[in-house]
Write a protein that binds this ligand. Structure first.
Ligand SMILES: [Zn+2]
Length: 76
């Protein structure tokens, strides 16, 4: 699973307190389907982070990340 084939559940701009630039917040369905993958990007700064909100998948997978907001899951 990667950022191109994961199912998007939510995609919206968020403004963390005091921020001038929006954070693009994306939620994807995780591989087991019981939780989510959260991806946050500050557009224009190349800044992003991606993490699990799923205890099952957190134990099973690592994120491989690269430039250009991409990520891919690798089994541990
Ligand atoms: Zn999961």
């Amino acid at each position: 699973m990667n950022d191109r084939n994961a199912k998007v559940l939510l995609r919206e701009d968020r403004y963390p307190k005091g921020a001038n630039h929006p954070t693009l917040h994306i939620e994807y369905a995780c591989p087991c389907g019981k939780g989510r993958i959260i991806d946050e990007r500050v557009v224009g700064f190349g800044d992003y982070s991606v993490w699990f909100e799923c205890k099952n998948c957190e134990r099973k997978y690592d994120f491989l990340t690269g430039c250009g907001y991409i990520w891919e899951l690798e089994e541990k």
